[in-house]
Write a protein that binds this ligand. Structure first.
Ligand code: ZN
Length: 313
C-alpha cells in the first residue's frame, strides 16, 4: 500500500526541535527549488521519525485490540525496540537468544510493533541483529507552490500569577515563545506487507513464517493505517496547538507488488500517478480523494480492498 497526499495544516507546532531558554523552535530543513538555477530554502518540516512514532502508537493499540502480542515497552509508546540486553529483558521478561535467527524470530513472534516497524539490537558485546521496518515514511515539507511563501512565526504566550505569593519567586509573569507555521505539506507513507510475520535477517532463512496468523498481523497494520490517516494521529503539542487541517488531495495505491505513488511535491502528481499506472501495473488499484468520495470513504475503501487481497477473498 502506498499513500501520498497534500494536506493544508494551519497554525501548527507539530514538530519542535530544541528550546533555547523560553523559545521553542520549529523543525526546519533545507529544500532545493529549481528555478533557472537552484535556490535553497529553509522551510518548516515534520520529520519522518515523528510520523513513524505516531503510526507505531496506533499500531500498538490496534494489535492489542486484536489480542496480538505487543511487548511491555511498545505498548506504552516507548519505542526502544530491543536496543540492547536490558531493553530486551524489560520488554519480554526473558534473556535474549544468542542465535541471530532465533533472536529475530523471538522478537517478531512476541511484538507486533517490532514485527511491522523493525528494530535494531546493538548489544555492547556485539552480535547485532537488524530488522528493517516494513513501513516507510519521511519528511513532510511544504509543496512546491507554497515553498517561497511559507514562514515560521514565533508566537508570544504568557502565564500570569499576579496577586499570588509566587510573584516574588519570579513566577509572576512567565512569558514564552512557540514557533508556529502554516503550510500545505506533502505526506508520504508506504506499507510493504511481504515480510510481516516473517524472518528477514539471516539470508538463508529469510522469508520463513514466524506466526501462523500472518493475515491478522497484516490486518492490524492496515487498520492502523486507516485510523492513523483518518485521525491524523501524529505530531507534538496537540493539547494546546491543535492544528487546523484540511486534506487537499490523497492517493492510495494497493498493489500485489511494490508500486509507489509519485511524489506529491508538484501539483501534477495525480496525473503522474495515472500515467505510471498505464505503464506499470501490478494489479494496482488507485483510490483518490476527492475524486472517489470523502476522505474517510477513500481511506476505508482502500484498506478494505487491501485486507481482502491479504485474506484471499
Ligand atoms: Zn516491542
Amino acid at each position: 500500500m502506498s499513500v501520498r497526499g497534500r494536506v493544508l495544516v494551519n497554525v501548527e507546532a507539530l514538530n519542535m526541535t530544541e528550546s533555547v531558554g523560553n523559545y521553542v523552535k520549529h523543525r526546519r530543513v533545507p529544500v532545493i527549488m529549481p528555478e533557472g538555477g537552484y535556490t535553497t530554502y529553509f522551510v518548516p518540516a515534520i520529520s519522518g521519525e515523528s510520523i513513524a512514532h505516531g503510526f507505531q502508537e496506533v499500531l500498538a493499540e490496534e494489535a492489542k485490540k486484536k489480542n496480538l502480542p505487543v511487548c511491555k515497552l511498545c505498548e506504552r509508546g516507548i519505542f526502544l525496540k530491543s536496543t540492547n540486553e536490558n531493553v530486551f529483558k524489560e520488554s519480554f521478561d526473558s534473556d535474549p537468544p544468542k542465535d541471530e535467527f532465533e533472536f529475530e524470530r523471538n522478537v517478531v513472534e512476541k511484538c507486533t510493533v517490532e514485527d511491522v516497524g523493525g528494530f535494531l539490537y546493538a548489544p555492547r558485546a556485539g552480535g547485532n541483529v537488524k530488522r528493517t521496518s516494513n513501513f516507510f515514511t519521511g519528511y513532510m515539507v511544504p509543496v512546491k507552490e507554497a515553498l517561497e511563501g511559507v514562514v515560521i512565526e514565533p508566537q508570544l504566550h504568557s502565564r500570569y500569577a499576579l496577586g499570588t505569593p509566587f510573584v516574588e519567586g519570579g513566577q509572576g509573569q512567565m512569558i514564552y515563545y512557540v514557533e508556529l507555521s502554516s503550510a500545505v505539506y506533502t505526506f508520504s507513507f508506504d506499507l510493504d506487507t511481504r515480510y510481516i510475520g516473517k524472518t528477514t535477517f539471516s539470508y538463508e532463512k529469510a522469508g520463513n513464517d514466524v506466526v501462523e496468523n500472518r493475515a491478522e498481523r497484516v490486518d492490524a497494520a492496515l487498520d492502523a493505517v486507516k485510523k492513523f490517516l483518518i485521525e491524523f494521529a501524529f505530531g507534538a503539542k496537540k493539547t494546546r496547538f491543535l492544528p487546523v487541517l484540511d486534506w487537499e488531495s490523497l492517493i492510495i495505491a494497493v498493489s500485489d507488488d511494490v508500486w509507489t505513488v509519485p511524489s506529491p511535491y508538484t501539483k501534477n502528481y495525480i496525473e503522474n500517478t495515472n500515467r505510471k499506472k498505464e505503464k506499470v501495473d501490478y494489479n494496482t488499484e488507485l483510490f483518490l480523494y476527492p475524486e472517489n468520495g470523502s476522505f474517510e470513504e477513500v481511506v476505508v475503501d482502500a484498506v478494505d480492498k487491501a485486507k481482502k487481497r491479504v485474506n484471499g477473498s
